[in-house]
Design a protein around this ligand. Structure first.
Ligand code: EPU
Length: 419
């Protein structure tokens, strides 16, 4: 298995460019199914998760032409109603195909989506299934898959009892082509959702309120397809900002949207981590000492769960005690055990809360990346640490961060990828 060998405490400096948002790419690829026309997607990140989503759509019968950071998807020949089990059951975002397929074909079969380890109980899909039922679909649980079918679908009122990003996107995409009016309440408000709705509206969909907790969709018979420019990845932006702050480096992050990480930047201002920002750039200024600050992860625009792990690394270098509370995923703090092994002073109060005492010297270790965001946090910790860190299972990092080795090397990091 490939691994990273990182020798820490090298001076990092220079520019790092943010790629297109993984969590926008993974929704616009399935959204292509909603139209019979060909879609062009630009600013597409070259990452494993995108490869998998494209593999799924090709398996369904689509034709794709892939450029360096773009893809054209022709969907008019899609005729399968079954997601490929061997891909879908290892890939959580495969669930994103279900809403568009149900709306288009009134029938879809799919396995329980697999994927990373962060949620308890295999990350449930109950909200999706309830939503599809509200649209009039019958949900049949077969041996290894779910089978949804409907004679006729109709708009529905659905209230998300838990705020769900992919749940909101799935039902919003499906409702685009479902006759009648759909009202979704307590929706997620992530910028990727608004970007998806804006694209669909340009193609003829009638979606109002995306980016707010209430989304109203009036179903249309068909939509066109056009060009979708993927918005900058806000989690990459935040990860690089936290990397710069934790390693006390001067790094300019380009092609990003600092507005999308406003919560993190507000905390930087409070704790004294210095930065400058423009409309599409963020310059991190090396800050020797800064204060601790406690956080609780929250749906957008609150503190993103996807930045909890790199933020914890930063807190190991703060002058004092902070509490990190993970409110979205049950198992997403377990990775901090690795940080403790590197020398961090961390007390786990319960699976949802850790207390971190800083500043501490971190030391290189042999580690395994448990999931994508914990993986990037271990990379940041390794860049900060004394000595050499070996990180195994880097598939879990590369599936979300394009060419991370090359981009960090360009900043002066001593990182080697070993196959
Ligand atoms: N949930 C349910 N039932 C459902 C769906 C979700 O109980 O049917 C629960 C989850 O278990 C979790 C909470 O709702 O406790 C919120 O999960 P959500 O559905 O919002 O997560 P998601 O949509 O599966 C997306 C991102 C995640 C990101 C979360 C939260 C994609 C493909 N994934 O996941 O990204 O952490 O929203 O912002 O958009 C990542 O990029 O590393 C990543 C994990």
């Amino acid at each position: 298995m490939p691994k990273f060998i990182i020798t820490g405490q090298k001076t990092l400096s220079g520019e790092i460019r943010v790629g297109g948002a993984k969590n926008a790419a993974l929704k616009i690829i399935p959204a292509a199914i909603l139209s019979n026309e060909t879609i062009t997607i630009n600013n597409l990140p070259n990452i494993e998760d995108v490869d998998k989503a494209l593999e799924v759509i090709v398996d369904l019968g689509a034709k794709i032409r892939r450029g360096k950071n773009s893809v054209e998807i022709e969907t008019k020949n899609i005729n399968k109603i079954e997601l490929p089990a061997k891909l879908a059951d290892k890939f959580r975002a495969s669930i994103m195909f279900v809403g568009p397929m149900l709306a288009k074909f009134k029938e879809v079969r799919f396995p329980h989506p697999g994927g990373c380890v962060i949620g308890a109980g295999g990350r449930p899909i109950d909200l999706f299934l309830e939503g599809f039922e509200a649209f009039g679909a019958e949900v049949i649980t077969e041996k290894n898959c779910y089978h949804l079918k409907a004679k006729k679908l109709h708009g529905a009122n659905y209230f998300f009892t838990t705020v769900s990003v992919t749940g909101t996107e799935n039902l919003m995409m499906a409702a685009t082509l479902i006759p009648g009016k759909t009202v979704l309440k307590n929706c997620a408000m992530e910028p990727e959702i608004e970007a998806l709705a804006n694209y669909l509206n340009k193609q003829g969909a009638k979606i109002h309120g995306a980016g707010t907790p209430i989304i109203t969709i009036n179903g249309v018979k068909s939509i066109k397809a056009g060009t979708f420019n993927i918005i900058p990845d806000r989690i990459e932006t935040g990860s690089f900002a936290l990397m710069a702050a934790a390693t006390k480096s001067e790094i300019t992050i380009t092609k990003c949207n600092p507005e999308h990480i406003a919560c993190l930047l507000t905390i930087f201002e409070k704790i004294g981590v210095q930065f400058k920002k423009g409309k599409d750039w963020l310059k991190m200024i090396p800050t020797k000492t800064f204060l601790p600050y406690s956080i609780k992860t929250h749906e957008y625009p609150g503190f993103p769960t996807d930045l909890q792990s790199p933020y914890a690394v930063l807190m190991t270098q703060a002058s004092g005690t902070s509490l990190i509370q993970e409110a979205i995923y049950d198992r997403r703090l377990l990775w901090t055990d690795y940080l403790s092994q590197m020398g961090a002073k961390i007390t786990m109060c319960d699976p949802h809360r850790v207390v971190i005492n800083g500043p501490t010297t971190l030391y290189g270790k042999r580690l395994i990346s448990p999931d994508l965001r914990a993986g990037i946090a271990l990379v940041i910790a390794a860049l900060q640490a004394k000595g050499v860190t070996e990180i195994d299972n880097i598939y879990q990092i590369e599936r979300g961060y394009e060419n991370i080795e090359g981009r960090l090397k360009a900043l002066g990091a001593d990182i080697k990828r070993i196959d």
